[in-house]
Design a protein around this ligand. Structure first.
Ligand code: F0G
Length: 451
């Protein structure tokens, strides 16, 4: 490994170790907290030694036109900022990243925020933001000679891991909570050939079992406690900055589950600033589902000093997590960037998801918490109409088609959950209708629905 270039620094006590000294569970031997990848050399590169920002920006853009696989990856085209491999030839890539940033025309109008965008990480090869992290960490596993990789998952991590492991010719073990993940995601793990175990527990229970397993067998852990995952997941920050011509938006809004992605994006912006590539870091807000909101509670009750796990319940299964591993990182991020952490109800999530669908984009339920959260922040006047806001949509709409169909059939929410929002929910519903197989029947339907 390129241990001379990077180190792992404990987020809790600041202890530094080299990459090959990490324990199988990626916890600090001294204080039990998680690590971050750190590049001590960057500190010393001040003055004339500093990388030339103009040259880097040109190089990264130019690589998009290259025919080399690594350059096509939206992660590895920024490889100067993630020197985690000895040999970049070991990188396993599915040409992840380079995802679109869409203007949300209707939501922008409705909220009176003209500059409202969605960074759609669901447009990655396996349909979620996990691909950007997986290409990084699985490449490290390959370079270190592991044959097996494993994760506990609410579905997207397992889909991504299984795909990248298959590409690398490695074996993968998936632990998922039985009956609590969306079918699209389960089908991906099967399709890509993972050993898929459904455990009679929740996500947090799967994490406990896997943490034990990786200490007993030579299996490389690919949950987001693995700090190399975050090196890949920080790269959408680079893409966002590049899109805005190396200015940064005022505000980034991210869903919160196990709470690693928000801090990965924060790390990306922080590093850009430290290297003189952008002038500031955006405000970053984290939104949770009301039934799975341990960070919201932690910030409210102890300003993020401690976290009480909750029993998680939400139909946004990707973020059905009661004991998030990276909560300290996320708490500090929200505080340092001046962001907010709030929760949204099942009805608010469902409505926001239908609104993102009506923009022609769609996303999975967990991603929709971002728009639901923004609506709340706007109502509280925490966000002004002149700001540039980016919602990070984390998963593709086809990941959880059952949720979408149930919404449009009107069977998703219980009456007490929908109470007070019935009109809005009905206005966004587009149920499929049975029609006779005749042109007249279809045309008369259109007349009936004429707008
Ligand atoms: N959105 C989606 C679609 C997710 O799959 C996840 C997490 C999150 C948001 C939350 O991100 O955990 O970094 O705060 N899914 C994990 C999984 C836990 O196993 O796929 P986070």
């Amino acid at each position: 490994m390129n241990d001379n270039l990077h180190q792992l620094r404990c987020f809790g006590c600041g202890a530094r170790i080299s990459g090959d000294q990490a324990r199988p569970d990626f916890r600090c031997a001294d204080c039990g907290d998680l690590f971050e990848v750190d590049y001590p050399g960057w500190e010393q590169r001040k003055g004339h030694d500093r990388p030339n920002p103009g040259a880097l920006k040109w190089l990264w853009r130019e690589r998009r036109c290259s025919s080399e696989g690594l350059d096509h990856s939206g992660v590895w085209r920024f490889r100067e900022l993630l020197p985690i491999l000895d040999n970049f030839g070991n990188a396993v890539t599915l040409r992840e990243g380079n995802t679109p940033l869409y203007w949300l025309a209707r939501a922008a109008k409705a909220l009176g925020i003209d500059q409202l965008f969605a960074k759609h990480q669901g447009m990655n090869p396996t349909g979620s933001f996990k691909d950007t992290g997986m290409t990084a960490a699985l490449s490290v596993a390959r370079e270190r000679g592991f044959e097996w990789v494993a994760c506990a998952s609410t579905g997207n991590t397992s889909a991504a891991m299984a795909a990248y492991a298959a590409r690398a010719g490695m074996r993968s073990l998936v632990l998922i909570p039985e009956g609590k993940i969306a079918w699209g995601k389960l089908s991906q793990a099967m399709d890509y050939g993972a050993v898929t175990c459904q455990l009679k527990t929740d996500f947090d229970g799967c994490v406990r079992v896997l943490t034990d397993i990786v200490q007993r067998a030579p299996i490389y852990l690919l949950n987001s406690v693995n700090p190399y995952r975050l090196e890949g997941q920080k790269t959408p920050a680079f893409e966002i900055a590049e899109y805005f011509d190396w200015t940064v938006p005022d505000h980034l809004i991210v869903p919160g589950g196990n709470l690693a992605n928000s801090s990965a994006l924060g790390k990306g912006f922080r590093e850009l600033k430290e290297l003189g590539l952008v002038a500031r870091v955006p405000r970053i807000s984290v939104i949770q589902a009301a039934g799975a909101n341990p960070l919201v509670r932690s910030l409210a009750s102890s300003h993020g000093a401690s976290l009480e796990p909750v029993e998680a319940h939400t139909r946004a299964t990707a973020i059905r997590i009661g004991n998030p591993a990276s909560w300290r990182k996320a708490a500090r991020l929200v505080q340092e960037t001046g962001g907010w952490c709030l929760d949204v109800t099942e009805a608010e999530i469902a409505i926001a998801k239908a609104e993102i669908g009506a923009e022609g984009l769609g996303c999975e339920p967990a991603s929709a918490v971002t728009l639901a959260g923004l609506k709340k922040l706007r109502a509280q006047k925490a966000v002004s109409g002149g700001e540039t806001v980016v919602l990070v949509l984390t998963g593709h709409t086809l990941k959880d088609a059952d949720y979408t169909i149930d919404y449009h059939r009107g069977t998703l929410l219980r009456p007490e959950e929908a109470a007070g929002n019935e009109q809005q929910i009905a206005a966004l519903r587009r149920n499929a209708v049975s029609v006779d197989a005749a042109p007249e029947a279809v045309l008369s339907l259109l007349k009936g629905n004429a707008v």
